[in-house]
Design a protein around this ligand. Structure first.
Ligand code: 13P
Length: 253
């Protein structure tokens, strides 16, 4: 584990109604009260963001959206802007999740606009990158990561880089129960940091929190968190139960 403050983020994806969210957040607040040294982020669907944020007032738990549009306003039916998110107290936004890249035509060109748009609005991006099974088999993991990082972050400065979060989420590990080994995850996260150091500055890259995501559970978080370049986790399935998520926040203890 590094000197950087750890981050545990729970991506609810398309799960939970507002009433489910109320029950969950009430339970979670009790379970994580007083936790220090770890930043906790909840990423509910748009419909629950305002309610979850209101319930978390007075706690250190942050609230993140799962996507946003890069324009401030306009004729973009079905989309949400950064300003709409800050208006309801959202502090973070997941950008470039592989499910959005795969199912909703999210591309590096739009991410290159979304990342600076979020930062300009005062929202911290959690940029997701990662390779597919085929890309890993073909030995092109690093090429893929490098391309995503350089293109998606093309619009920001070294100073801005230090404040963002990057999540390494190998597509083959998402929702499959096939967690990357700590060694594989560490190698990829170290490569991400090295790439950022080259593209920006080593000092800025040293400050960026890099999370691992893909079948993280209470039973495997401890071994991932000991790795030097893994600063936390972006959790999907296992975050949907408040008690499991709280155990992950405790790094499995
Ligand atoms: P799982 O933890 O369900 O594999 O999902 C990971 C993920 O996609 C988080 O964004």
């Amino acid at each position: 584990m590094s000197q950087r403050t750890s981050v545990i983020a729970g991506n609810w994806k398309m799960n939970k109604t507002t009433s489910d969210a109320r029950i969950y957040v009430e339970e979670l607040i009790g379970l994580v009260a007083g936790k220090e040294g770890v930043e906790i982020i909840l990423c509910p669907p748009f419909t629950c963001l305002a309610e979850v944020n209101a319930m978390l007032e007075g706690t250190d738990v942050r609230v993140s959206a799962q996507n946003m549009h890069f324009e401030e306003l306009g004729a973009y039916t079905g989309e949400i802007s950064a300003g709409m998110l800050t208006d309801i107290g959202v502090t973070d936004v997941i950008l470039g999740h592989s499910e959005r890249r795969e199912h909703f035509c999210e591309d590096d060109e739009s991410l290159a606009k979304k990342v600076p748009a979020a930062i300009d609005a005062g929202i911290r991006p959690i940029l997701c990158v990662g390779e597919s099974d085929e890309e890993r088999e073909a030995g092109s993991t690093e090429t893929k990561l490098e391309r995503q990082l350089t293109q998606d972050l093309a619009g920001i400065s070294g100073g801005q880089l230090a404040g963002i979060i990057v999540a390494y989420e190998p597509i083959w590990a998402i929702g499959t129960g096939k967690t990357a080994t700590p060694q594989i995850a560490q190698e990829a996260c170290a490569f991400i940091r090295k790439t950022l150091a080259g593209e920006f500055t080593p000092a800025a890259a040293a400050q960026v929190r890099i999370l691992y995501g893909g079948s993280v559970k209470p039973g495997n978080i401890t071994e991932l968190m000991v790795e030097e370049d893994i600063d936390g986790a972006l959790v999907g399935g296992a975050c949907l139960t408040a008690s499991d998520f709280a155990r992950i926040v405790d790094f499995g203890r």
